[in-house]
Structure formats: structure tokens, C-alpha cells
Design a protein around this ligand. Sequence first.
Ligand SMILES: [Zn+2]
Ligand SMILES: [Zn+2]
Length: 386
Amino acid sequence: MPVINRIAGISDAMTEWRRDIHRHPELAYKEHRTAGKVAELLRSFGVDEVVEGIGGTGVVGRIRNGAGPSVGLRADMDALPIHEQNSCEHASSANGVMHACGHDGHTAMLLGAARYLSETRNFQGDVVLVFQPAEEGFAGAKAMLDDGLFERFPVRNIFGMHNMPGLEQGKLRVAPGPIMAAADNFKVTVQGKGAHGAMPHQSVDPIIAGAAIVQAVQTLVSRTSDPKRTLVISVTQFHAGDAYNVIPDSAELCGTIRYFAPETGEMVRKRFPEVCETVARGLGATAEVDYQRGYPPTVNHAEETAFAGRIASEITGEAVTTEQMQVMGSEDFSFFLLERPGAYAWIGNGDSASLHNPSYDFNDDNLAIGASFLARIAEDALRATD
Ligand SMILES: [Zn+2]
Ligand SMILES: [Zn+2]
């Protein structure tokens, strides 16, 4: 079964929505125009309930067709603070804001699925369409959950999808287990004692202590973490001092920590501050660690992954590999997967610029494929014969 004919028939409309959204990108929690357009289109498709303003600028649509279970389908709507370098007709009209992660495409694919599902209603139960704000670092998924998303719109399971440059256009991939990393951040303030650069014995040098910390935290990766488990610690900022001949009072180190396994996260949250503090103390300084938990790892559930993989094979006509396609980036769909079982798939964007690159653009040839994938997931999950 290739793409759904009826969905292929609205490819032009989906392309138009996608390009219109691309032309008018909006940053996290400012997706007012986008959310308004989504809500208006959902209503025009005959979606039974459309509620705006969930988790800020989130929109939820519900298509009801008799008694039955409920399945969630999710897209993200926000753009990035990047100045677009494409010169195509649908290039961003907003200075310094751009859909460089393809969320315009994700939104258009879910709109296409919504139109098809609302018009055909070949299922029994509820389809919940989740259009979330603020995926790019501002946890729009969590904002929607905190706003009672699943209490107001219960779902048995939930599915989402992201495009992937470098993967052949239109290929679908879905794998069980962790597929995207957790992303925590840290800021370490090392307090020493300033002195003349020529009289170091009168100082407690925070640069020496900071440098020792940079080295020591890497042993969490090489010596403390299970070598079979992924852990990345990157110190990405080191600020201290202003003069050639002054040892400063303090230094500040910042960076990011990525991992897949929750156990790794627990270990690093405990050990990272301990290492920073004790290394600093050993050198006569102090270290204060501000550890900021970010998105959790995105972990696909086995049953939903197998189910989505079967649908993907039907759509693309090829066996969908379940080999791991892990990415060290992070994704706030992870919050949904902590609440409900589900799966997150990749759709190949072909040989395009990479995500978050100013030359990136979503591949419109994916619209019918992705919309068919989402629509079939809903129809199969809510099969009338169940
Ligand atoms: Zn992104
Ligand atoms: Zn994205």
C-alpha cells in the first residue's frame, strides 16, 4: 500500500500550507499566526473539536467517530532564530526567524492527515491532533501536559515524526528504545582569590581550578560511566579574567551533557557536582554548580514502534529497518513518551542542508508520504473491528 490516493490528491494544498507557514515563521510561544491558521484549517475540515491556547500557543483537534480508544498524533509548530539564506519564493519574510528544522512540514503533514481522517472517518474512536508550540528548547510539549492535555484529551498512545536530512527522501525509519539524547546544561562558578599575575602565591587561582575541573569531569565519561552507555560532557564556555597581569577572583564554566539511559543521568547529576566541588576544594577554591535538567531522552516503546514500523513498511513498500538511528540531539516529544506509550519516527529529507542550517528547507515530496503514515497509524490503531 503506497501513499493514500486521497491524500496524494491534496498534495498541492499541503504544499501551499507548508510554504505559507514557512514564509511566516514564529518563535517559541509566539506561534500565534501559525496556531490560528492550524485551528482555522481544522475547523474547515470538519474536525469535531478544536481548542486553542493549550500550553500557550498549542492547538488540539479531536475527531470523534463512535465509541472506541483514542490515539494521539503530534506535530510541532515553532521556528528558530536563524536568518534564512534560501532565496526561494517561500523564503522567510521575518528577519532572523526561520523554519530551519522543518516544523512547517511536520505541521502540514498532520494537517493533511487531519483533513483525510475527518472527511473519511474510517475508524472507531477518537483521533487527537496535537499541534505543540516551542519544541526548540522551550518544552512546549511539557507546557501542554502541564496544561492538562491528556486529562482533557485522553489518548491510549501517541505518535510523532521528524524529518532527517541525509536519509533518502521519503524513507521512514522507526526503532525501539532510546533514539534521541537527554540534554542537560551546567554552569560552574569557581571562586578563588585574585592577585597580581606575578605573585601567584598570594592568589587562589580560579583558572587553575577551572582547568582542573575541565579535565576531571571527563573522567565521568571515561572512568565512571559504563563504557557501553553513551555519555557526552562538553565544556563549551570558560570565562575568566580581563588583564595580562591579573589573576582573577573567579571563573565561570558552562556546557552541555548528553546521554540516553536514565541511570546515566542519575549518576551524572550526582557525580558532576561532587567532582567540581572536590577538585576546586583540593586547590583551595570553591565551585558552585548550577545543574539544569533539560529534555529527557526520547525513548520509543517496543509495541508502538513495531506497530509504526509495520505501517511505515506498508506506506513505503519496503522493510523498515529497526536498526538504531540514535541522534545526540534532543526532542521534547520525550515528555509525551514519559506519559503514554508511543513512537517517534524519522522521514528522510534527502540530500538537503542539515537541520538548523540557514540553507535548510523541508522537502515537499514528503508531505503525502508523512500524512499517509500518520493517517494509517490512526486508522489501524482505531480499527473498527477491534
Ligand atoms: Zn530543531
Ligand atoms: Zn525539530
